[in-house]
Design a protein around this ligand. Structure first.
Ligand code: NAD
Ligand code: ZN
Length: 342
């Protein structure tokens, strides 16, 4: 089958012919229909320091997908051929303390689809049945293909109650924009998003925020004044990994505010801890998605009117993957979807 493979220890990604994956008794084989390109895939393409120490050569990459079930093992009780599914990209051990307690998103021995085991940028992908999410009828395939990053957004946006609260999102990448839309849908009053990238601020405005500000030219203080806010933001969603964005956020939260952090900083960040202590802030790191409460919430929010379709800016055939990666690299993109159906 055709697959996009990290076959050399250098910048790039190569289209190769690889053997079709085989299934065990607990596995599901899926024909891939659409995939999303993640920032992680771009790191692997670019072969940065993280990628070169993490990714085994010869790996088929990719972890955001939707597809149809073509085959399953003898232990799999409830799937049928042709069923539309996505996959949770964290394959957990099932045996550690957190897994046994049902907190699988906290597993300490996670394997990553398209990171440490073969991924979905291919005609077929195989996953354990416990990693399969069966889509509800009526979820568009484009949206189903980005349930993984949508799940990051939902996991972060719903980490703390947002009903009636003022929410600050730093970073209008695809995940920040989706998180802003989720906070709105979940009843936040003002949702302010910041990003120096104009293309992405425009995209955020299209998907729906109170203000999309350029942090270089507009201060949070003036934005608060403009919105008649007096005591700062109640909930922060850090979606940039940028040190200055994080410091700015901490300085503009209300007393007792809560910050959920998804963005991954490249290096350690120094902050003014006095602001955390005297303002009694709560900081919480967020990783992946809750299995499978986040997936359930994503489905139900879409069914109750949440529209994230505006975050998808590029739809390309898989053969044009170089164009898709270039769009990601430029920053002038939201989600980039590759179609594998033909
Ligand atoms: P992205 O890189 O597309 O978006 C980050 C955005 O932050 C960019 O648009 C950039 O312009 C913006 N930014 C840079 N400096 C800024 C500043 N000073 N103020 C405000 N914004 C600024 O990333 P994404 O795909 O949307 O993902 C968001 C973050 O979440 C990334 O850091 C990613 O690595 C991380 N992530 C974490 C997990 C997890 O499980 N914790 C999962 C997926 C992604
Ligand atoms: Zn575990």
């Amino acid at each position: 089958m055709k697959a996009l493979v990290k076959s050399r220890a250098e910048r790039g990604l190569w289209l190769e012919e690889v053997p079709e994956p085989e299934i065990g008794i607990n596995d599901v084989k899926i024909r891939v229909l659409k995939t999303g390109i993640c920032g992680t895939d771009l790191h692997i393409y670019e072969w940065d320091a993280w990628a070169s120490k993490t990714i085994p050569i010869g790996l088929t990459i990719g972890h955001e997908f939707v597809g149809e079930v073509v085959e399953f093992g003898s232990n799999v009780p409830d799937l049928h051929v042709g069923q539309i599914v996505s996959g949770e990209g964290h394959v957990v051990c099932g045996r550690c303390r957190n897994c046994l307690a049902g907190r699988r998103h906290l597993c300490a021995f996670t394997a990553g689809v398209g990171v440490s085991r073969n991924g979905c940028f291919a005609e077929y992908v195989v996953l354990p049945m416990s990693n399969i999410w069966q889509h509800a009828h009526g979820i568009p395939l484009d949206i189903a293909s980005i349930f993984d990053p949508f799940g990051n957004a939902v996991h972060t946006a719903l980490a703390f109650p947002v009903l009636g609260e003022d929410v600050l999102v730093t970073g209008a990448g695809p995940i920040g924009i989706m998180a802003a839309a989720v906070a709105r849908h979940a009843g936040a009053r003002h949702v302010v998003i910041s990003d120096p990238n104009e293309y992405r601020r425009n995209l955020a405005e299209k998907v729906g925020v109170t203000r999309a500000i350029n942090p270089i030219t507009t201060t949070l203080k003036s934005t608060e004044k403009d919105l008649n806010m007096h005591e700062g933001f109640d909930v922060g969603l850090e979606m940039s990994g940028n040190p200055q964005a994080f410091r700015d956020m901490i300085a503009h939260m209300s007393h007792g505010a809560k910050i959920a952090m998804l963005g991954i900083p490249a290096d350690p960040i120094a902050i003014d801890w006095n602001q955390v202590i005297f303002n009694q802030l709560t900081l919480r790191g967020i990783y992946g998605r809750e299995m499978y409460e986040t997936w359930y919430k994503m489905t139900v929010m879409l069914e109750s009117g949440l529209d994230i379709s505006g975050v998808i800016t590029h739809r390309l055939n898989w053969r044009d993957y170089e164009e898709g990666f270039a769009a990601m690299r430029s920053g002038n993109s939201g989600k980039v979807i590759l179609d594998w159906a033909d």
